[in-house]
Write a protein that binds this ligand. Structure first.
Ligand SMILES: [Zn+2]
Ligand SMILES: [Zn+2]
Length: 374
């Protein structure tokens, strides 16, 4: 989008307009982060919105960034790509939202008009995609600037449960689009989901839309497997001893699974997935991979299988929105810990020790966000 020198900033008088500073979680290089004062974002491009964050969360991707695995994130960047907030300011070209609207922020910003967006591949938008908390400042702050606001925000219904809806920023559409849709889960299928973290559990929830006959959940953490059992898994496979493939082949009478969903992003979990596919099976990768994997084509070349990869497009958000609104999908069940936004340094420590802390999703609430603007 063309940048213009100055745009009319339709800011409403917020609760703390006396300062142009805010607090934000800033990446300072691998292993280093700070909760620190930072200039408040303003409308820069005419399609922008500035949103005052009320609820945000920490993603596994943020931990990858903290390890230095995501080189596009440079020191000084405010992290975070999931959140809900109140529209505080709008550029002159935004037509779908008003000051004071409570909105869900998509983790993917989409212009809606480039060739990629016209194909529905918003994740590869020419001037957007996954940029929040990556190449532009993100949502783990009191305020965030959202480019392409008309096509990247969703109006929340009155009384919406923010803990449930914030899961639609990223993990629910990611698990559903990259795992369930790309894996083409069908009624009667046998599905294996490797990884019972928040993404794997979200795949478990959304795979059930299609009535698979069996969902085998694989993880090394018995506590996470127990949660998977409560969320509808039909078999729990503890892979800590390295026998996951044998256990799954035994459970399926030697046939393997119709769909294997990779929800971790390391070579060993991808290897489990490629070793358990039935003839005609689909391997749907969700995990963020930082290392190469060995593809066993010598075993797979004649098996009629498909392997898919995808970055979430968030095209499924409107559909998931309806299911959450109707109570048919209850993603707030993934929330295990709650913090005030100002406690985000502690929240990172808790989320970073997920196994010990038994953490799935941590919710951060901006208690100091002040009253909603009428
Ligand atoms: Zn995320
Ligand atoms: Zn686009």
């Amino acid at each position: 989008m063309t940048k213009i020198a100055a745009v009319a900033d339709r800011s409403a008088p917020g609760p703390d307009t006396t300062t142009n500073m805010m607090m934000a979680l800033v990446y300072e290089g691998p292993g280093r982060r700070a909760w620190t004062a930072h200039p408040r974002p303003t409308v820069r491009d005419p399609g922008d919105a500035v949103v005052r964050i009320t609820t945000t969360t920490i993603c596994g991707t943020d931990l990858h960034i903290m390890k230095g695995d995501v080189p596009t994130v440079t020191p000084g960047r405010i992290l975070g790509h999931e959140g809900i907030g109140i529209v505080e300011a709008l550029g002159p070209l935004v037509t779908a939202f008003h000051i004071g609207d409570r909105v869900l922020i998509s983790c993917v910003s989409a212009c809606g008009i480039c060739d990629m967006c016209r194909k529905g591949m918003y994740s590869h938008c020419r001037s957007g995609g996954w940029i929040l908390g990556n190449t532009i400042d993100g949502t783990q702050a009191e305020y965030v600037r959202i480019p392409h606001a008309d096509t990247s925000l969703y109006l929340l219904p009155p009384g919406a449960d923010e803990e449930a809806f914030v899961m639609l920023s990223d993990i629910l559409p990611t698990a559903f689009e990259c795992g369930v849709l790309n894996g083409r889960v069908q009624p009667g299928d046998t599905v294996a989901i490797v990884g019972a973290g928040p993404i794997g559990l979200a795949a478990l929830m959304t795979a059930q839309f299609y009535s698979p006959a069996a969902i085998l959940m694989v993880d090394v953490d018995p506590a996470r497997l127990k949660v998977a059992g409560q969320f509808g898994a039909t078999a729990l496979i503890d892979s800590a001893d390295g026998t996951a493939v044998d256990q799954i082949m035994a459970l399926t009478g030697g046939a393997g699974v119709d769909v294997a969903i990779e929800a971790v992003g390391i070579p060993v979990t991808f290897d489990i997935c490629q070793s358990i596919l039935a003839a005609g099976g689909r391997l749907a990768n969700i995990g963020v991979h930082g290392k190469p994997v060995e593809l066993h084509l010598e075993k797979l070349w004649d098996r009629n299988i498909a392997i898919t990869t995808r970055l979430v497009d968030t095209a499924a958000i409107p559909m998931l929105f309806k299911l959450v609104g109707a109570g048919k999908l209850q993603p707030a069940k993934l929330v295990t810990h709650r913090f005030a936004l100002g406690e985000i340094m502690n929240a990172y420590d808790t989320f970073g020790n997920a196994a010990k802390e038994r953490a799935l999703k941590v919710i951060l609430t901006n208690e100091g966000a002040g009253p909603m603007i009428a």
